[in-house]
Design a protein around this ligand. Sequence first.
Ligand SMILES: Cc1ncc(C[n+]2csc(CCOP(=O)(O)OP(=O)(O)O)c2C)c(N)n1
Ligand SMILES: [Mg+2]
Length: 424
Amino acid sequence: MVVSSSMIRFTRKMTNNFGQLRSIKTNSKMSQKIQNTTIWTEKLEILKPEQVKKIPMYRVMDENGNIYDSAKDPMIENETLRSMYKCMIQLNVMDKILYESQRQGRISFYMTSFGEEGTHLGSAVALSEEDLIYTQYRETGVLLWRGVTLQECINQCYGNNLDKAKGKQMPCHYGSKDKNFVTISSPLATQIPQAVGSAYAFKRNKSNKCCVVYFGEGAASEGDAHAAFNFAATLEVPLILFCRNNGYAISTPSEEQYRGDAIAGRALGYGISVIRVDGNDTLAVYDAMKLAREISISKECPILIEAMTYRMGHHSTSDDSSAYRSVEEVENWQKFSPMLRFRKYLESKNLWNEDQEKQCVEESKNNVLKAFGEAEKVNKPDWREMFTDVNWSMPNNLIKQREYLASHLEKYKEHYPLQNFKHS
Ligand SMILES: Cc1ncc(C[n+]2csc(CCOP(=O)(O)OP(=O)(O)O)c2C)c(N)n1
Ligand SMILES: [Mg+2]
């Protein structure tokens, strides 16, 4: 709305309330700003989304791991490059074994990250350990890079007595206070406004660190995502909104999820700066995150990174993606595999070879099987723990439910494997 100066004078006369006067002055500044930034036209036309320039996708290397412009090689230290690739292998092997273990009935559920390893490692390496991370559920590589151990992850998937959440969460809902990794929650997009709040606290405390929130392009359709984008933009918080656009929200392909220039295009509309990046190009993701982090902290502003990638696996163990996409489509994406590309880049620098590959896969398998064996030996938590640690003091309905369960188990104990549960 354009406010004229005579309107302001009139309103001023009507009130001598200091607070209202101050807001009128602000409005007048605002009207000045609107006047100064408005582009006037006498030509009546409808501006169509297709007329707006598409956001380009940043890339560093081709499918064979060759750098397009050698001056743009981020020159990550050799040891770090090797560790990144080893972490990708570890994640990949863990996913294969845990996926199978769900099929064998050992764990109840699992979600793999096949095809998205580049988004995890490229981004995690560019962060500081102090930065706070919120994730969705398909970012296990970020967690492993942070130093959360396989044993901790597998204990969580088992929901055994060593799981920090004592089996209250579904598998893959990890969290680690020590590693500044906020526990994952199932309802989509809830983490995004929470991350804005954390980033705002960092800003107020002049913490010189940022908050990063990962989410899928599907979650970006939730109301929470829109509210969070707007709060992040208007509060000007040091937050990196990292969207993994992997082409699907379970069975819904991205073409059916939104119009316009995807999630980055949407963020621009909220006044958030963006980078779109090839998510299967690990070096490009690294560059994007490094730059976004620097700017987000120094300029106190949110930045959205949209990493374009592809979910190679099924959505979860509860899904069969052959019902909604062809085998050819998935096979076609193999040639864009982020791991293959990164491996070729390492090989071109003589940092990796076939023997190292075999050895690393073998070691990774052993690591998972060992952690797996350990997790299976541990009892399930005391069943009473099902009712604790959620409310500060236990509400009456939960007290009643616990009493009911106690009497039920007492009566029918022979029907339950109570020997597998911890006794307190
Ligand atoms: C509020 C809410 N609605 C629906 C679901 C069910 N659900 C779980 S994952 C998912 C798809 C999310 O897709 P996306 O954000 O693209 O992540 P991706 O699985 O592709 O990594 C849906 C609809 C949920 N967990 N929470
Ligand atoms: Mg998705």
